[in-house]
Ligand binder design. Structure first.
Ligand SMILES: CC(C)(COP(=O)(O)OP(=O)(O)OC[C@H]1O[C@@H](n2cnc3c(N)ncnc32)[C@H](O)[C@@H]1OP(=O)(O)O)[C@@H](O)C(=O)NCCC(=O)NCCS
Length: 336
């Protein structure tokens, strides 16, 4: 039946609350809503094209619902965040979910939901829409190269990551490690937390070899950290399990990071550091067109000694003029 009164969306709803300040703070921290003041000093939480008006319990706003009561609402909000990143976000706020992640059915399709309670005890369902190709633990591919896929880490990567992150032959010339199991887990939690940042500054990504299958454990990790957003600068790095060395994977990874940073993030300059003794890594950085700018002298401690590092860099204009990027019209522009 076609209605004569189609309702395109919900404009706002009203929550009756015991403590307006506590409610504002909860929804601001947990769901990134923005507190707004309107009318006669009334308060609301704005998100998307909707808002929640807050009525203090026992207040004098008229008219109101017949039986307004704090803690009687059951609401569902959609977020565009991998479920694991949401769990880590809640964990970092000290919020223990009531339930979830669980599969639910939303207004337009399947959801993966986590339930929490707000300060009044209202039930707040935080859901991600499941589309084809995603699930509660989906791992979207951010970019790819001929033989490799680059995706966000998830907690189930722990064994694979610990395999290389605890291997002294891998970490001999890295600024971190070798990791204990709890350090590996902390690294993964930090990396997953980076996914929920807007704009995102820390891309710590799993490197997956296509030949082993898209769902196979990572063969290594890489990073692109936006270190200076105003000047559009980032630092890159890469680490591979030992059995994947000398197959050109680091060079392929580093090239893919440059391409992602310059063409997708609109960066101006990318840098990389390597121990002066790390001949393999220095060779990779030179091979992909980076220039050695100089030496940081004894600037980091590693296993009880001060380390010298080479600083390499490449500018967007230099990257665009590399033969493999010939005639590319770069996008430039600001970081997202
Ligand atoms: C360094 C590392 C990333 C290199 O990865 P990789 O996939 O083997 O590198 P690639 O195969 O793409 O290229 C390495 C190049 O360096 C060369 N190389 C390797 N070791 C070398 C050495 N000791 N001296 C000179 N050249 C060396 C290789 O021959 C190859 O050159 P080519 O492509 O011209 O043949 C890998 O060994 C690794 O993960 N090491 C541990 C972590 C680490 O050091 N990360 C870098 C931190 S800055």
């Amino acid at each position: 039946m076609t209605s004569i009164l189609p309702v395109p969306c919900l404009d706002h709803l009203v929550l009756t609350v015991e403590d307006v300040g506590a409610t504002l703070s909860f929804y601001q921290k947990v769901l990134g809503m923005e507190p707004v003041t309107f009318g006669d000093g009334r308060q609301a939480l704005s998100f998307g094209n909707q808002k929640i008006n807050l009525h203090p319990a026992g207040g004098k706003i008229d008219p109101t619902a017949s039986r307004p009561a704090p803690g009687s609402a059951d609401l569902c909000f959609l977020v565009d965040l991998p479920t694991e990143a949401l769990q880590i976000h809640l964990d970092s706020l000290g919020i223990v979910p009531v339930l979830g992640p669980v599969r639910r059915t939303g207004a337009t399709g399947p959801l993966v939901s986590v339930y929490v309670r707000d300060p009044d005890g209202n039930l707040v369902e935080i859901a991600r829409q499941e589309t084809s190709g995603t699930s509660g633990t989906e791992t979207p591919i951010l970019f790819e190269s001929d033989r490799l896929l680059f995706r966000n880490f998830h907690l189930s990567d722990k064994d694979a990551v610990h395999g290389y992150a605890s291997d002294p032959s891998v970490t001999r010339m890295t600024y971190w490690g070798p990791y204990t199991p709890s350090e590996t887990e902390s690294f993964l939690r930090r990396a997953i937390r980076g996914v929920s940042e807007t704009p995102r500054s820390f891309y710590d990504l799993a490197i997956v070899a296509k030949e082993r299958g898209p769902l196979s454990p990572p063969v290594g990790g890489c990073k692109l950290h936006v270190t200076d957003r105003q000047n559009r600068e980032a630092e890159i790095g890469y680490y591979l399990e030992q059995k994947s060395w000398n197959r050109g994977f680091a060079s392929e990874t580093a090239r893919a990071l440059l391409s992602f940073g310059f063409s997708r993030l609109g960066l101006h300059r990318m840098v990389a550091l390597c121990f002066v003794e790390n001949r393999g890594s220095a060779h990779v950085l030179e091979k992909i067109g980076m220039t050695r700018e100089g030496t940081y002298r004894k600037h980091r401690r590693k296993e009880g000694r001060w380390v010298d590092s080479f600083l390499y860099s490449i500018l967007d204009s230099e990257w665009k003029s590399l033969p493999e990027n010939g005639n590319r019209n770069g996008t430039g522009g600001a970081c997202p």
